[in-house]
Design a protein around this ligand. Structure first.
Ligand code: SF4
Length: 376
């Protein structure tokens, strides 16, 4: 059996085979408009992928070496668990997203391929193993994420903090990006993660406000915004991501961008604005005179195409054209994000190492202006 189908059937034991729609693309009726509440007719047939969604197949010596190393240390990756289409590219470059707190999520979002159920007790030795494995891998940048652990009193924040601190100690020259859950709005849990001082704190909004009940029923749009606001408020580097093609409309994506900027933005004045013009395409490029306020909002945004992991997940509503992704990027940069990755195969950790390079530039700028910065 195809390994991808094997993984999916293992996680979603409901029968996947024998569906006549798989062979006959003319569906008789559709529930999609009811599920997505967007009032538009769709078919239940899985849509054929357009040519811009072709990804490289996993394989090759570097891919195999990384897989063996992760297996050897008993670590999980979201790349495998979510069936990410970029494994061929990322793993052969030695980039993977480590998933901590087990492989079983307490939530069951309609878009996500990670196994759901009652997780095992947390592995208290996991932070040490993660740190030691990463030290051996010699990476420049790592992304660590976790399943949701709503079963734990702190949502897993203790393990999160220990993993970050141990990894910082073991890999002093590596930048650490964490993609964290919402901890059910437990601000004390979030603070434990902030206090552990990862270099980038990512919390994905995943979709537009209207789609939350269908896509993230256990989450709240405003709660996730508040998480990003708290990260920025304390001077952290904040990142968020959304997937498109799950039922939202372009104007809702632009409204989300505005919402994030409005919720997280802080106006500052800087004495010397000269470096604003040196940041090139990675920033909004707005030059400011010494008397004009500068907007410092959520730093990084990723936008990618939603792909239905299995027939038990929410259907794809549309394949967004690369030109539209380019429009999202232009708009997000204009409206205040500093770094934007927007494209059909973008995932929140896709090219995260490249984003870290831009982050280094941002941090250098901040250090240069640290003293004169003050709220307006
Ligand atoms: S995009 Fe992220 S999840 Fe996907 S393979 Fe790359 S590192 Fe893994």
């Amino acid at each position: 059996m195809n390994p991808a189908i094997e993984r999916t059937t293992a996680r979603h034991p409901r029968a996947l085979g024998g569906d006549p729609l798989k062979r006959n693309l003319d569906a008789a009726f559709s529930l999609t408009s009811m599920v997505l509440n967007n009032g538009e007719p769709h078919t239940l047939a899985i849509k054929r992928k357009p040519p811009w969604l072709k990804a490289r197949l996993p394989g090759g010596p570097a891919y195999e070496a990384l897989r063996r190393r992760l297996d050897q240390h008993g670590l999980h990756t979201v790349c495998q668990e979510a069936g990410c289409p970029n494994m061929g590219e990322c793993w052969s470059r030695g980039v993977a997203t480590i998933m901590i707190l087990g492989d079983t999520c307490t939530r069951s979002c309609g878009f996500c391929n990670v196994k759901t159920g009652r997780p095992a007790a947390p592995d208290r030795d996991e932070p040490r193993r993660v740190a030691e494995t990463l030290a051996q891998m010699g990476l420049k940048h790592v992304v660590i994420t976790s399943v949701d652990r709503d079963d734990l009193p702190d949502g897993g924040a203790g393990i999160w903090a220990e993993t970050i601190i141990r990894t910082r100690d073991a890999c002093p020259s590596m930048s650490i990006e964490v993609l964290i859950p919402d901890f059910k709005g437990d601000w004390g849990a979030l603070q434990m993660v902030i206090d552990a001082r990862p270099h980038i704190i990512n919390h994905n909004l995943e979709t537009v406000r209207r789609m939350y009940p269908a896509v993230r029923p256990s989450a709240k749009f405003d709660r996730s915004l508040e998480m990003l606001r708290r990260v920025k408020e304390q001077g952290g580097v904040a990142k968020t991501g959304v997937m498109v093609g799950i039922g939202e409309r372009d104007e809702e994506v632009l409204a989300l961008i505005d919402d994030v900027i409005a919720a997280t933005g802080i106006q500052t004045r800087r004495r010397d604005q000269a470096s604003q013009g040196r940041s090139g395409g990675a920033t909004n490029g707005a030059a400011n005179s010494s008397s004009e306020p500068t907007l410092d909002a959520c730093d990084i945004l990723t936008i990618g195409q939603y792909l239905q992991p299995s027939r038990n997940h929410l259907p794809v509503d549309r394949f967004v054209h690369p030109d539209t992704f380019a429009m999202y990027k232009r708009e997000a940069l204009t409206r205040g994000f500093k770094v934007v990755e927007s494209g059909p195969l973008v995932r929140s950790s896709y090219h995260a190492d490249h984003q870290a390079d831009v982050l280094t530039e941002i941090q250098a700028q901040r250090a240069e202006h640290a003293a004169p910065d003050r709220p307006v």
